[in-house]
Unconditional design. Structure first.
Length: 218
């Protein structure tokens, strides 16, 4: 490129006259100008290259961040897929033992014959849920809202129902052996056939000391 640019600045050796000092000065000035132009172009290209490298570094950084995000999402997806598999198996077997559903919204849930042994359902919303024939051994239902829930023939042995809302709940033939009903609200609950055995009544007394019932100690 430099040779080409300077080609027009070189004196013709076949010229009929010898170059004068003025000619040489003029040629030198022209060559200097061309060199300066070439230097300017060089630095422009250098700066563009630096900007290009900077953009490339930025792009590589963005690509690396995206790859890390993808790896994180893939890891999270595996965890979610495992959880889905676990809950699918639980749903198929209707077995929710030891699960933590504290504060869960299970309004109107169908839990007929479900196994909820040692599950944590404290503060859960179980209004109008169907728990007919459910197995609730050792289940924590403290402060749960079970108003209008169907607990017909459910087994709640040693369950914690302290401060639970059971107003209007159906407890026909429900098994309440060792259940803690301290502070529970059973207003308008249907209690026909309930099996009271070592049950802590809402007023803190024991069903065994109240003629094997809590109906007069709500």
């Amino acid at each position: 490129m430099l040779t080409s640019a300077l080609a027009g600045c070189v004196l013709d050796e076949t010229s009929d006259r010898d170059p004068t000092y003025a000619d040489l000065v003029q040629e030198n000035d022209q060559m200097t100008l061309v060199i300066e132009e070439l230097k300017e172009k060089y630095w422009d290209m250098h700066n563009q290259l630096n900007e290009s490298n900077s953009s490339l570094d930025e792009l590589n950084s963005m690509i690396e961040a995206a790859n890390n995000s993808i790896l994180t999402l893939q890891s999270d997806l595996v965890v979610q897929q495992d959880l889905v598999a676990v809950w699918t198996l639980r749903a198929l077997s209707n077995n929710f033992s030891n699960v933590n559903l504290s504060g869960a919204n299970l309004y109107g849930a169908n839990l007929i014959q479900a196994t909820l042994e040692d599950a944590d359902l404290s503060n859960a919303n179980l209004r109008y849920a169907t728990l007919m024939y459910a197995y609730l051994y050792g289940t924590n239902l403290s402060n749960a809202n079970l108003s209008g829930a169907d607990l017909i023939e459910a087994a709640l042995e040693d369950a914690d129902l302290s401060n639970a809302n059971l107003s209007g709940a159906y407890l026909f033939d429900t098994y309440l052996d060792g259940v803690d009903l301290t502070g529970a609200n059973l207003s308008n609950a249907y209690l026909s056939g309930v099996i009271w055995s070592n049950t802590t009544c809402p007023d803190g007394t024991n069903s065994d000391d109240n003629g094997n019932t809590c109906e007069n100690n709500l």
